[in-house]
Design a protein around this ligand. Sequence first.
Ligand SMILES: [Zn+2]
Length: 290
Amino acid sequence: MISFNLHAPVFFLSKQDMTRWYRSIYMTISLSILTSFGCGGALQNFNIVSDAQEIEMGRQFSQEIEKELKLYEDPDVVQYIQDLGQRLAKVSKRANITYHIKVVDTDVVNAFALPGGYLYVNRGLISTAETESELAGVMGHEIGHVVGRHGAKALSRQYGLQIITGLVMGGNPGTTRQIAAQFAGIGGALGMFHYSREAEREADALAVEELYEVGIDPDGVAIFFEKLMALHEREPGGLDALFSTHPPSGERVKNARADIALLPHKDNLQKDSDRFRRIKKRLPPLKKSE
Ligand SMILES: [Zn+2]
């Protein structure tokens, strides 16, 4: 079973960290209130950062978020996730950047991407996916957010140009960590990060394309969302990070299936692999939810 844990970040923070955490929350809130007056809707679709700036921003986010997260180090599992991710990234529409892919040691079902190609896959997600195509669907979706530069665009809307430029130039680590935590779905009092419906739609469509290109059954994208929705219905009190940052919906499943129907028939699309099943056996069982 899956443990739904709203307060996961608390376990990773010392008392001193918590004080810093809350201070940075207040700072970030004040900053976003200030910037929201000045920027209005002018930045809606304006891609304000270059590739190099976006990658530098992602690098700083990854450095800060890794102080909050415990990484899962089993080399066989990590290598498998990196191989699968790189296969998908290589056929993506943004194959010219380097993708950094890591596994997070938590039962929480989630995966997230920071701007610039920094991908994190939770151990709980690997355990919950029943086939390789389901896991690849979520990873393809996260790569889709990188391809669409959705993170950088959303940040420019939320925080404004000055803050983003400041982050690229090496801003306050507290603010950097706070924003990175929102991507990770452990946003604390500031809440989780939300992509727009259009960004979710685009990331799903890109995931379908990537899976199909590498020969993995793209129906994995739709199937995993259906499973998560069913699970959510069975445990309505529960809420996990994946639901908050990328809410699965019937509409998303329908759209993914419509995209799949347009693809030319391809023989031997893989639903699963022996390597995936071997990797799953290496993972500890998920704790029952309380
Ligand atoms: Zn998403």
